[in-house]
Write a protein that binds this ligand. Sequence first.
Ligand SMILES: NC(=O)c1ccc[n+]([C@@H]2O[C@H](COP(=O)([O-])OP(=O)(O)OC[C@H]3O[C@@H](n4cnc5c(N)ncnc54)[C@H](OP(=O)(O)O)[C@@H]3O)[C@@H](O)[C@H]2O)c1
Length: 338
Amino acid sequence: MQVTMGGILTQLFPPSPKFTDNNLPSLVGKVFIVTSANSGVGFEVAKILYCKGGTVYIAGRSPTKVAAAIEAIRTTSNEGPGYIKSLYLDLSDLSTISTCVSSFLAQETRLDVLWNNAGIGQSPAGSVSVQGHEAHMGTNCLGPFLLTKLLLPIFVQTAKSSPRGSVRVIFTSSGLVDMKAPEGGVSLTELAPDNLSKDVVRNYSASKAGNWFLASEFDKRIRKEGIVCVTQNPGNLRTSGWTSDRIPWAARKFFSPVLHEPKFGAYTELWVGLSEDVKCEDGGRFAIPWGRWHPSPRADIIQSLKTKEEGGTGLAAEFWGWCEERTKEFAGNRSAGQ
Ligand SMILES: NC(=O)c1ccc[n+]([C@@H]2O[C@H](COP(=O)([O-])OP(=O)(O)OC[C@H]3O[C@@H](n4cnc5c(N)ncnc54)[C@H](OP(=O)(O)O)[C@@H]3O)[C@@H](O)[C@H]2O)c1
């Protein structure tokens, strides 16, 4: 695997953000979903969208936490507020996703941006999702894959009456992809039950490479509709992922000086979701803090994004097929037509 130290360092020590809430126009009339905006980066994204007048859906697995977040956002944000609502979504249980989408579609006729923000890390080796998949792969990849796929028809419908490139799907990756993802990102061999790694950081990083694969594969299917699909590393942020006791004490101490406030991660997510600098032609790319493209993405992963016919290894296409196969039972009778 080829990793450049410059590419890693610029993510750990990013320049000041250029695209912040101050650059955002009014978002009145726009509709957004942020998965698990009850904490961390997602909370900051939802707050900014709401302050700018957007209609924001927080999709999360804990109705109590989501309700508390909505209350906090409503009471602290009085600048031209929009609408903020909840959706029940447990990404580790594929059976909840179709109901979440139905609930959304019953309330809205457009969807401008979906931030697949929710994610887990540090799940102990052997942890599985409700359907028995490795926990990180199940929650970070299969759930967001199915959610995005079931929402495609409303994205396509929204894109027909929106400026090209303004309707977007965002997947959330991590800087650890550069350092710890397996050779090529993630392969079906690696996903075979007997081959699953006991290294939790590797499992998390593989799922985050999977997020990049999904952004690239969705882009191949929806760019023609004028929809942007990209992935991003929000940055190293002082959120529960880093403060959890599951992270070894020494690692927490070591990384503490390079952790930033969650609002900075929101700037990365806002840039990919809303900046006019991001175009349809950027589909499948990997963004880094606080809103730039990765200067030196891993060459072995770039090869995975290309099909064998294009001279690549086709790992991303294989991963897409695996996600389709693992989720088809839960897609209901909705056809995304893609
Ligand atoms: N913090 C960093 O340094 C960093 C770096 C790179 C990438 N990221 C990524 O950024 C994203 C946001 O993380 P964060 O740092 O803001 O951490 P966070 O505060 O822990 O947020 C993660 C969110 O994901 C939700 N979640 C977990 N399992 C879920 C499930 N099964 N269904 C629905 N929601 C679920 C959590 O909900 P509950 O509250 O219900 O548990 C929580 O709201 C994640 O994808 C993470 O991998 C973070």
